[in-house]
Design a protein around this ligand. Structure first.
Ligand SMILES: N[C@@H](CCC(=O)N[C@@H](CS)C(=O)NCC(=O)O)C(=O)O
Length: 207
């Protein structure tokens, strides 16, 4: 199968999943800054021009991080990534997608929303403050566990990618949430995470 990625973007999550699950794949790099997400060919895959997109060997085109993670998990049931009671998994994935992931658009692209540097800074301040109780929520979910649901799975991968944006992209710290610091280090010790990072020419942020 073929995964369309932009190095370091949310597409890193399904990319890590492919490595962790040992699924054969190719990646195609899309340079969003150069407009490669807006070509007619790419828009035919995803009309909103976003990564990730997964093209499967049997001809399916799947968009959305959460859907791709769950699709990959279903392809390898032996990995046990979808528990019998999947509701906590969906709860965490949904929280990461809507409350965490989408909070970064105003942080990375504030100038697309408001026009003055002061307004961009104010927007960033507001969104960073909004993220704090949301990081506290995932930190509580982790508690003393290694992973969000106790055992490693798709929600951990998605959370890890978002936390790299906070640490590397925003140059912010996780000092208020020690569970999250341990979590990032734990994730970066995993060979599948390392392999995907290396493939995207990225280094671990904390390990
Ligand atoms: N809801 C989408 C969001 C995807 C998304 O935000 N992708 C970003 C990179 S992390 C992107 O491609 N942005 C390009 C754009 O919005 O033009 C998903 O879960 O896949």
């Amino acid at each position: 199968m073929k995964l369309f990625i932009t190095p370091g973007a949310c597409s890193l999550a399904p990319h890590i999943a492919l490595h962790e699950l040992g699924i054969d794949h190719d990646t195609v790099a899309i340079n969003l800054r150069k407009g490669e997400g807006q070509t007619p060919e790419y828009l035919a895959r995803n009309p909103v021009g976003a990564v990730p997109v997964l093209e499967t060997d049997d001809g399916r085109t799947i968009t959305e991080v959460m859907a791709i993670l769950l699709y990959l998990a279903q392809r390898k049931p032996e990995a046990g990534w979808i528990p019998a009671d999947a509701i906590p998994l969906y709860e965490r994935l949904s929280f990461i997608a809507s409350e965490l992931h989408k909070s970064f658009f105003p942080l990375f692209f504030g100038e697309r929303i408001v026009s003055t540097p002061e307004a961009v800074a104010e927007l960033a301040k507001t969104y960073k403050e909004r993220l704090a109780p949301r990081f506290a929520r995932v930190s509580e979910w982790l508690g003393g566990q290694d992973y969000l649901l106790g055992t490693f799975g798709p929600a951990d991968i998605y959370l890890y990618v978002i936390l790299t944006w906070w640490l590397r992209g925003m140059k912010e710290s996780l000092d208020s949430w020690p569970n999250l610091i341990f979590f990032v280090k734990r994730m970066e010790a995993r060979p599948g995470v390392r392999a995907a990072l290396e493939h995207e020419n990225l280094t671990p942020v904390l390990a």
